[in-house]
Design a protein around this ligand. Structure first.
Ligand SMILES: *[C@@H]1O[C@H](CO)[C@@H](O)[C@H](O)[C@H]1NC(C)=O
Ligand SMILES: *[C@@H]1O[C@H](CO)[C@@H](O)[C@H](O)[C@H]1NC(C)=O
Ligand SMILES: *[C@@H]1O[C@H](CO)[C@@H](O)[C@H](O)[C@H]1NC(C)=O
Ligand SMILES: [Ca+2]
Ligand SMILES: [Ca+2]
Ligand SMILES: [Ca+2]
Length: 472
């Protein structure tokens, strides 16, 4: 009822000129999905291997209503109907998860089988009972979910980002490595505290895809929402396995590795960490990618603004890039803040954060434009590089979409092979997913900021924080 009334809010008809020297775009349309949250594009697998430009799209959708049924959706070969987004009809993969977060595909190298979908979930407090689940058979008749994270009697955990598949114990089988979050509850008025940890689930010797409750091993305490597996160089030019670990509540950004020369993680006394940055921001998202187009990978990192009276500062969400040192264990990570000043508008900012996730719109060898979800600030943005010079870290921040609800996890790729990048922008409060295409400016279309939508509810991070603030 409330939502129906909110739909009647007038749409604001802003129109901003947004032509730039190196990127142009059009909104191709949108398709309906109730409460879309995360979107993920994955290259289609199978035999024979589909062409490079066949992508499947996965979406999670959840409602904060206590007894809601939440959904995991998939769209096979989403490029086929991309020019008529209204025709896109997602297929239901599962409705058994409470609050599904990131949905992805398990690489064929893990089970020598393609088409395994992985769902991370976790309804937030007080039913903080999430899981990591495998579902075989995509596309087609998918099977039942197998919960590898198990332990129904143990401490409840929420999982947000999809696992990284790395062989942690050297037995030749890839294991699932994830960050997870739990709340340590005390009787009121003592506020709950958060606990995060990097954990790996050990793939069993046989039938991993049919076996629930894989053995778990904690690497370090700290990371709550995500971590990224990377192989980086050390002095002498060798590479080592490591995990990048942003911490939201912990307000630091670290890297963890093992001193074991074969990168085997079973001996806790060999595990080491180094701090990449600890400028007390809330580290939220990290990707390894060449941001400035110099041929060397960098870290693209988002810190989320969050009003904290204790800090006595204005909230200031940022997008920043770290250059990777020659030896990741001891070197200095040079930081370049490429966009800042994100804050949730209005007076009701408690428990809200911005920006959300970022994705490069990588079309050619030029410095790519970045697509950014504003999350609780209800926008999507483009960060457009001022020049193609790799040493120039200046970007123009331009609003792309104004939704009056939360903007979810964005994804982008050339999904139809036409040379242009298409992007999916979930608009949680509008019950739809927007579809954009980015092209060269020479092929310019009528460009303006798109306004649509209604007032949204709460993003995953927001709910946690709102809950903490409320009970804290
Ligand atoms: C948590 O979820 C699992 C799997 O759905 C279920 O077996 C278990 O009973 C749940 N625990 C609680 C405390 O709700
Ligand atoms: C936000 O942080 C950036 C650098 O991290 C700084 O340049 C900028 O002035 C800050 N803005 C506000 C409003 O504090
Ligand atoms: C731009 O338009 C030209 C001519 O119509 C076409 O050949 C070219 O492929 C287009 N480029 C992109 C990136 O769409
Ligand atoms: Ca293993
Ligand atoms: Ca670079
Ligand atoms: Ca395309």
């Amino acid at each position: 009822m409330v939502r129906a009334l909110l739909y009647l809010l007038p749409f604001i008809a802003l129109s901003l000129p947004l032509h730039t020297s190196c990127v142009d775009y059009q909104e191709l349309g949108a398709f309906p999905v109730a409460f879309p949250a995360f979107s993920t594009l994955v290259r289609a697998e199978g035999r024979p291997l589909p062409s490079d430009h066949v992508y499947d799209l996965f979406l999670s959708s959840f409602s904060v209503a206590p007894d809601a049924t939440d959904h995991v959706w998939g769209v096979q070969d989403v490029g086929r109907t991309i020019n008529e987004p209204g025709e896109i009809q997602p297929t239901l993969i599962s409705d058994v998860f409470a609050w599904p977060n990131e949905v992805s595909i398990v690489p064929e190298t893990v089970f020598a089988e393609s088409g395994v979908v992985c769902v991370c979930s976790g309804r937030l407090p007080p039913k903080n009972n999430g899981s990591v689940a495998l579902i075989a058979g995509w596309p087609g008749n998918v099977g039942d979910a197998v919960l590898i994270s198990g332990t129904p009697q143990g401490q409840p955990w929420s999982y947000t980002r999809a696992p990284q598949w790395v062989d942690m114990n050297g037995d030749g089988r890839l294991d699932a490595v994830l960050a997870r979050l739990s709340f340590v509850l005390s009787p009121p008025p003592i506020p709950p505290t958060t606990q995060g940890e990097l954990v790996w689930f050990e793939q069993p010797v046989s039938s991993g895809l049919q076996t629930p409750n894989w053995a778990s091993h904690v690497v370090i305490q700290g990371p709550e929402f995500g971590s990224l597996a990377v192989r980086l160089t050390i002095t002498g030019g060798d590479e080592k396995q490591a995990f990048l670990c942003p911490e939201y509540f912990g307000r630091r950004f670290r890297i963890v590795w093992t001193e074991d020369s074969g990168d085997i993680w079973t001996d806790p006394t060999l595990i080491r960490t180094a701090t990449i940055d600890d400028d007390i921001e809330r580290y939220f998202d990290v990707q390894l990618t060449d941001v400035n187009g110099d041929g060397k990978d960098d870290l693209l990192v988002v810190t989320s603004s969050q009003l904290t009276s204790a800090m006595g500062r204005k909230p200031n969400g940022t997008v920043r890039v770290y250059e990777i040192p020659e030896d990741f264990r001891s070197g200095t990570w040079e930081r370049h803040v490429i966009a800042s000043g994100f804050s949730v508008p209005g007076s009701m900012t408690m428990g809200k954060g911005t920006p959300g996730s970022a994705v490069l719109l990588k079309r050619d060898s030029n410095k790519p434009t970045i697509l950014l979800s504003g999350d609780d600030d209800r926008h999507a943005y483009l960060l457009v590089p001022s020049t193609d010079d790799p040493a120039d870290w200046s970007y123009d921040k331009r609003p792309l979409l104004a939704s009056t609800g939360i903007v979810g996890g964005v994804s982008a790729a050339d999904i139809d092979g036409d040379g242009n990048i298409e992007a999916f922008i979930p608009a949680y409060g509008e019950d739809k997913v927007h579809v954009f295409r980015f092209a060269d400016a020479a092929n310019g279309s009528d460009v303006r900021m798109v306004n649509s939508g209604t007032v949204g509810l709460l993003s995953p991070v927001s709910v946690i924080v709102a809950w903490l603030v409320h009970y804290g």
